[in-house]
Design a protein around this ligand. Structure first.
Ligand code: UDP
Length: 325
């Protein structure tokens, strides 16, 4: 028997899942990646297939999960995560957040593993409290376009907490705010790949509404560090991880135009229904409990991310249509 820790990461081929796989491999863990590849892409983890510490299961976690051998930690990151994705595949989004977490929690009980779930700032909906603290319960429209994602994530938190209190399972809940970096999908409809893709193709940047809505963008390595610390902490209540540096979408578009050196313009498109007007994490808990705060500022992070998108092939860059169209 080896003493090496073994971690199962669901959604391993996605943007965040793949960076987590890299981090746990680097920390000396054995990593089991699991993904049904609906929104994930094997390209994100192909560099890991040659490693003996890594194994991959092509599996939908909404169905019963069987993994032989011990598991120390389960990180549940499988889920469509952009508004375009969950509008196109709403039922899968609901299932992976509900049936998927139920399977993960059941597996964790059998394996005596600790579970960390990827929750989201979307549990706060269009927030009436700003910045958002973990104590805020949110302002979510259950039957609006974001309801399938927001409510699945809220249910996921409730289910996880129930396993913690009822079964004494070790659980962790991270509420992830907008995160960016290499391996984001160019066609996932999120604002950063949308803007950078448009700039690289010489198109105008589609700003939704008047661009006065705000977001706070966290670079992926900072997020991964926060998640890693939370997993190893003994804190079972939800923790916000995000960068509190808030910016309007208009200013963000202007930054992208400057960064890419194009002479494109920002053009206004209709604001989608229930688009949160403001979002900024209160990270006091992460600071206190995990000794964590973000290190990478937007200028540095955007530069790395832009270099990644620039390195993509013209075919990839031109894949503007979403893959479910
Ligand atoms: N947005 C935009 N243009 C785009 C895509 C998104 O102006 O082409 C806006 C969107 O309306 C939202 C913000 O950018 O206010 C962030 O959107 P994203 O989909 O990245 O994530 P959200 O935080 O809304 O889940």
């Amino acid at each position: 028997m080896t003493n090496k820790k073994r971690v199962l990461i669901t959604g391993a081929a996605g943007f965040l899942g793949s960076h987590l796989c890299d981090r746990f491999i680097a920390e000396g863990y054995d990593v089991i990646g699991m993904d049904n590849l609906i929104t994930g892409d094997l390209k994100n983890i192909e560099h890991l297939f040659k490693l003996e510490q890594f194994e991959f299961y092509h599996h939908d976690v909404s169905k019963f999960i069987h993994v032989p051998g011990k598991i120390d930690y389960i990180l549940h990151f499988a889920s469509p995560a952009s508004p375009i994705d969950y509008l196109k595949i709403p039922i899968q989004t609901l299932k992976v957040g509900s049936l998927g977490i139920h399977n993960c929690l059941g597996l964790a009980r059998v394996k005596n593993a600790r579970v960390l779930i990827a929750s989201t700032s979307e549990v706060y909906g269009d927030p009436m409290v700003h910045p958002q603290t973990e104590e805020y319960w949110g302002n979510v429209n259950p039957v609006g376009p974001r309801g399938v994602y927001d409510e699945a994530k809220r249910f996921q938190e409730a289910m996880t907490m129930a396993y913690h209190t009822f079964h004494g399972l070790e659980t962790r809940i991270v509420r992830i705010f907008n995160t960016y970096g290499p391996r984001m999908r160019l066609n996932d409809g999120r604002v950063l790949p949308a803007f950078i893709g448009q700039a690289l193709r010489g198109e105008d940047l589609t700003m939704f509404g008047d661009g006065s809505q705000t977001r706070s963008f966290c670079y992926v390595s900072d997020l991964v560090e926060g998640i890693y610390r939370l997993l190893l902490s003994d804190y079972a209540q939800p923790v916000n991880i995000g960068n509190p540096d808030e910016i309007t979408i208009r200013e963000f578009g202007e930054e992208i135009i400057k960064l890419t050196g194009t002479n494109q313009k920002l053009i206004s498109k209709p604001l989608p229904k229930d688009d949160p007007k403001q979002r900024k994490p209160d990270i006091s808990k992460a600071r206190e409990i995990l000794g964590w705060e973000p290190k990478v500022n937007r200028e540095e992070g955007l530069k790395i991310t832009y270099d990644y998108f620039k390195s993509l092939s013209p075919e990839e860059l031109n894949k503007t249509a979403h893959r479910f169209d």
